[in-house]
Design a protein around this ligand. Sequence first.
Ligand SMILES: [Zn+2]
Length: 385
Amino acid sequence: MMLNRTKDILADLIAFPTISPDSNLELITYLCAHFEVLGARCMTLHSEDGRKANIFATLGPDAPGGIVLSGHTDVVPVADQDWASDPFEMLERDGKLFGRGTCDMKGFVAAAMALAETLDANSLTKPLHFAFTYDEETGCLGGQHLVRELAARGITPDIAIIGEPTEMRVMEGHKGCYEYTTHFTGLEGHGSAPDAGVNAAEYAARYVSKLLDLREALKGRAPATSAFEPPWTTINVGRVAGGVAHNVIAGKAEVDWEMRPVQISDADFVKGALENYVDDTLLPAMHAVHPEAGITLETIAEVVGLEPMDDNAARDLVTELTGANRVDLVAFGTEAGLFQQLGTSAVVCGPGSIAQAHKPDEYIEIDQLDQCCKMLERLGRRLSS
Ligand SMILES: [Zn+2]
């Protein structure tokens, strides 16, 4: 029974406390060992500091295209959360499996591993890939690394199924999530002589004002067919900080902001307009008083969106496999957009509800895992001759 095997593997996966900042190497070693027994070709890609890794494994013919099952191995922290049981020991109760990562998203990873065990690799007519990454929860860093490497090696799967928790509903799009901190460095001085200093807080205010102008402009750029809510790219100013006292010219300031693009061209539009504003307007005024003054844009994360497309073979396949009668958009970011950028058609569909993710006593309903197993079994039969 694939479901029982999935539960066993999931219990093993939950026992690895792969919180994003910590190493996931023991989990990767476990997965690699499983894949090697199955005769899969296995590639591991280590992060720069060597403490984490992605795994990309392939069963079936050494041929272009194929299908990739994609998931992340990291989980969000449990600190400051009140759990009724050990988050890293899976517990079954009332038709649910409790543990950190059961839902987001080791349940899908376990089901994909269980599928791999049921397949006869020699009977596969197309390659079946497994992509399991690090640092998804902290900005899709592992996914970016993986997709760069796949591009460099000319590996472009035809279809990617990203098994983030959608309650097995078929999701063909989500907005991107780009987060930034902009740092302003001015020149401190006495508040009675504002022209003798460079007020970082005031330049931050002008920058925020520009962001709000751009936010308005973005409303006119929404694609006519956009099904997102709201249909355009949004900008949010999340935190503004700077200065020390009423009578001191602020020497430093920071603005935390984000945008959620519905299309990559909007992100380019905003970044281009900001760059021009900084280079042509703000910096010359700052430098006229103090040449060392400056503005730097720090990228916290750029998770690209999954743009809904008329042609989407991944959506069509998973709609058929699940028997879904509708396709939706998802409100959270995933690695799907990275695969789309690679030229792979991508869809998000996986077991569990995002409502249970990231919370204390995170769980997945066993029925959800069962539905996922059935979908993957159908996929396995379809790929086998
Ligand atoms: Zn996730």
